[in-house]
Design a protein around this ligand. Structure first.
Ligand SMILES: [Zn+2]
Length: 197
């Protein structure tokens, strides 16, 4: 039987909650993917660096979180380039994944991201809508309900309730922590479902 994997992904950081989130992920030995905003990396460089040093996947979520479909190509490229540069300079890691703010991107922009930066554009399978700040137990249950199939789960680093929900999920014992992987790992697995690795 094939193991079901889950990629927890956190957008819009680093933030004032990143330190606590990184601590608890470390505590449970879980690796996730952070889709960082360039401006926030500039504001919290040490948290971006520690996320990379802890082995998490670092990905691009633009410089200033605009609605991309309204941008010219030049503006779009600048958004990606500035974020790419600061992530590389701050963490030493070259991002390979890109997630458009609000999930909106044109076909042409996808191609540009691929051609100029080698980016795969990644959305999600399950949106927790955690930014609405639901009760942490409700949110934790929502996450747990989506752990049984290969899923890329969208969360944010912007609210404490999200961090508490993740803590609640990881502290429950029924789920194997090694089934949490980075987005790149899950994508590789889904692309090659019958590999014998
Ligand atoms: Zn975002």
């Amino acid at each position: 039987m094939t193991t079901k994997l889950t990629a927890l992904t956190f957008d819009d950081g680093p933030t004032m909650y990143s330190s606590r989130l990184q601590d608890l992920l470390y505590q449970y030995g879980v690796k996730v993917t952070f889709f960082f905003i360039g401006k926030m990396v500039k504001r919290y460089p040490k948290l971006a660096e520690s996320a990379a040093n802890l082995g998490h996947e670092i990905a691009n979520h633009t410089w200033s979180h605009p609605q991309l479909i309204h941008l010219t190509d030049k503006e779009f490229i600048k958004e990606l380039e500035q974020a790419h540069s600061i992530i590389l300079d701050t963490t030493g890691k070259t991002p390979t994944l890109f997630r458009p703010p609000y999930g909106y991107i044109t076909k042409a922009q996808r191609s540009i991201a691929q051609e100029l930066f080698g980016y795969q554009t990644v959305l999600w399978n399950f949106d927790t809508k955690d930014w609405k700040q639901p009760n942490q137990s409700i949110l934790a249950k929502e996450i747990q309900n989506h752990l049984e199939s290969d899923q890329i789960i969208l969360m944010h680093e912007t609210h404490e309730s999200s961090i508490n929900a993740v803590n609640q999920v990881l502290s429950s014992t029924f789920y194997n922590k090694s089934n949490f992987v980075t987005t790149s790992e899950i994508r590789l697995r889904l692309l090659k479902p019958y590999s014998n690795s």
